[in-house]
Design a protein around this ligand. Structure first.
Ligand SMILES: C[S@@+](CC[C@H](N)C(=O)[O-])C[C@H]1O[C@@H](n2cnc3c(N)ncnc32)[C@H](O)[C@@H]1O
Length: 208
């Protein structure tokens, strides 16, 4: 199920200002390799959230080849910090080349391995956590993330509407993971939760 009418999505896309050529290259690469990235509408929204909250320290769970991190990097001041995680070393290599090309490499560290284990080993609190790992891990990622955010900090999950599969009686692990995530977030009185229906949906939670 497509969440947003394609004509509306195209209209929204046309409104976006011109983006860095490296982002355009990465979008092309994602299309060619059928690699899932957040795309420009979500990227623009994430950058907006980072700016609105004055984020300085961002944790990313599931960074792929660095596309979403680049959107964050463009929204941070020079003293900002982004910590990327991904299971694939080749994604890290590609990401670091892109960060260097855009000139944001000093602001970003990239850790390879299991994102949740890595997250456990990284100290401190965050202004914003963005999660885009395997969907069956979303509830666990949520439980780990809320205590790691400062008051007023933001937690965002991509694919929170999961192409509407939870409405189609789908019971695979990914669909169950997304449905449980949304349920626990909206029941959690430590946060204000909201669903933003752009692309495949974003769950955005702000810590009270
Ligand atoms: C949807 S892609 C991320 C795309 C990226 N956020 C972007 O938009 O540019 C998901 C990535 O998460 C990684 N991944 C999934 N589950 C993971 C886990 N438990 N630990 C580490 N990486 C994981 C996959 O290797 C993949 O590169």
């Amino acid at each position: 199920m497509q969440i947003v009418h394609p004509d509306i999505e195209a209209y929204m896309g046309e409104l976006l200002p011109q983006r860095h050529p490296v982002l355009l290259e990465m979008e092309q690469e994602a299309r060619e390799q059928d690699f899932p990235i957040i795309g420009p509408l979500v990227g623009n929204h994430l950058a907006q959230l980072a700016r609105m909250t004055g984020a300085r320290r961002i944790m990313e769970l599931g960074s792929g080849f660095g596309y979403s991190a680049l959107w964050f990097a463009q929204a941070l001041d020079d003293d900002g910090e982004i910590i990327c995680t991904d299971g694939s070393a080749s994604n890290r290599t590609r990401a670091e080349a892109a960060f260097a090309e855009v000139g944001v490499r000093p602001r970003i560290s990239f850790h390879t391995g299991d994102a949740l284990q890595l997250f456990n080993g990284i100290e401190g609190t965050f202004d914003l956590i963005f999660c885009d790992i395997d969907k069956h891990e979303y509830p666990e990622a949520y439980r780990m993330s809320v205590p790691r955010l400062r008051r007023g900090g933001i937690l965002v999950f991509d694919n929170a509407l999961w192409y509407g599969r939870m409405l189609e009686g789908n019971s695979d692990a990914s669909t169950k993971g997304v449905a449980e995530l949304n349920r626990i977030a909206f029941e959690d009185d430590r946060v204000h939760a909201g669903l933003v229906p752009i692309r495949d949906g974003l769950l955005v939670c702000r810590v009270r």
